[in-house]
Design a protein around this ligand. Structure first.
Ligand SMILES: [Zn+2]
Length: 375
């Protein structure tokens, strides 16, 4: 019986982390895909590499046979991070301090990807196989909403019995059993330009109109029902002495249910300009639909907790995640989805991003046991 060690697991994580891979840099993300592809082939997977489109990197799909030929497990991870190239040499070098290992994307979610691959390698090294076939799917564009991967994820989801997502766990190791939905809306106001001194009266300000809309939109936030609307970016105007002709804003919406999503969409679509001489356009953008915990997800969760106990640790609980992941696509299609199976840590997307080294062995064992026992 070959044993997993935290030294070996951390070394494997480090190889991934030291290839920086911001979503927008297809060449960089493809270098991670090269490493992942080699590791999948080493596992005996048949690998399909779907060439990237729209400036994004490739999608990687590795199929590993199980003991049975039934519909299998879709294992989802993303290769991209939010950290620009240079973060590793600058504010967030790979380093270990006590139980914490720091690095760009180490928590979200290279640590989880590596644990999944190492769990499969561990089974193979011990002459074992997953019970069900496992399809490992690595996505290049999750941090930007998976614009080029969504259709492929949904197509694969339809062919699988369940989905496991190795996104980071929450709050010290919680597993994600449901996710809120995330929608983006793009707003544009178009006014009428005029010299801001002599002809101010003739102008119609696109920025002033947007200001009205921003307050109306943010007022739709309803914490009681887990509905939040955040105008996250805004830009407009070209010169301080010109009444601005154009203004743009992006709204990031979180909803807990499909009904709430429809309600917010209807309210945003019904917005009208306060100034009748200004035009307002509201365009829906990328959307991750919400999904709720089903009885099937409950039993997946219970099984994970029982396996963890056998291994010798406790899952500290379940959580409903506010942020989206590719699990939203599989979960909302009704494919039982257990998410947050990745590493324990904190500081996603920040210069404090880290994982806890002590989680690597037990949680990799948990993934191996899930592969071995899920049926
Ligand atoms: Zn992530």
């Amino acid at each position: 019986m070959k044993e997993l060690t935290s030294e070996a697991l951390l070394a494997a994580v480090r190889r991934w982390v030291e290839i920086e891979s911001p979503t927008q840099d297809a060449g960089a993300v493809n270098r991670v895909a090269d490493l992942a592809e080699a590791q999948l082939r080493h596992l005996g997977a048949s690998v399909e590499r779907v060439p990237g489109v729209d400036g994004f990197a490739d999608i990687l799909i590795g199929r590993i046979p199980g003991e049975t030929n039934a519909d299998g497990i879709l294992l989802l991870g993303h290769m991209d991070t939010v950290h620009p190239v240079g973060t590793l040499a600058g504010p967030l070098p790979f380093r270990v301090e006590g139980d914490r290992a720091y690095g760009p994307g180490i928590y979200d979610m290279k640590g989880g990807n590596v644990m999944a691959l190492q769990a499969l390698a561990h089974l193979r090294a011990n002459g074992a196989r997953p019970r069900l076939p496992v399809t490992v799917m690595f996505i290049p564009d999750e941090e930007m909403g998976s614009p080029t991967s969504r259709a492929r994820i949904e197509a694969e989801a339809a062919k699988h019995r369940l989905a496991l997502v190795v996104e980071p766990s929450g709050d010290g190791g919680r597993i994600t059993v449901a996710r809120h939905g995330i929608a983006r809306y793009h707003l544009k106001t178009t006014g009428r330009p005029a010299h801001a001194g002599a002809y101010h009266r003739k102008g119609r300000s696109a920025i002033r109109e947007m200001a009205h809309q921003v307050t109306a939109i943010e007022a739709m936030t309803d914490y009681e029902r887990n509905i939040t609307l955040n105008v996250g970016t805004i830009s407009g105007g070209t010169h301080e002495n010109l009444v601005p002709i154009e203004c743009r804003a992006c709204v990031y919406v979180m909803v807990a249910t499909v009904d709430n999503e429809a309600e917010v969409r209807a309210r945003l679509s019904a917005l009208t300009p306060v100034d009748p001489d200004v035009r307002l356009e509201v365009t829906p953008g990328l959307f991750r639909p919400p999904y709720a915990k089903s009885p099937e997800i409950q039993s997946l969760y219970d099984q994970a907790c029982a396996l963890a106990r056998e291994i010798g640790f406790e899952i500290p609980g379940e959580r409903v995640a506010g942020g989206g992941s590719d699990g939203n696509f599989t979960g909302s299609l009704g494919v039982p989805t257990l998410d947050g199976l990745g590493v324990v840590g904190d500081g996603p997307h920040t210069h404090e991003e880290h994982l806890l080294v002590s989680c690597l062995v037990p949680r990799t064992k948990l993934l191996a046991r899930l592969f071995e026992t899920l049926e």
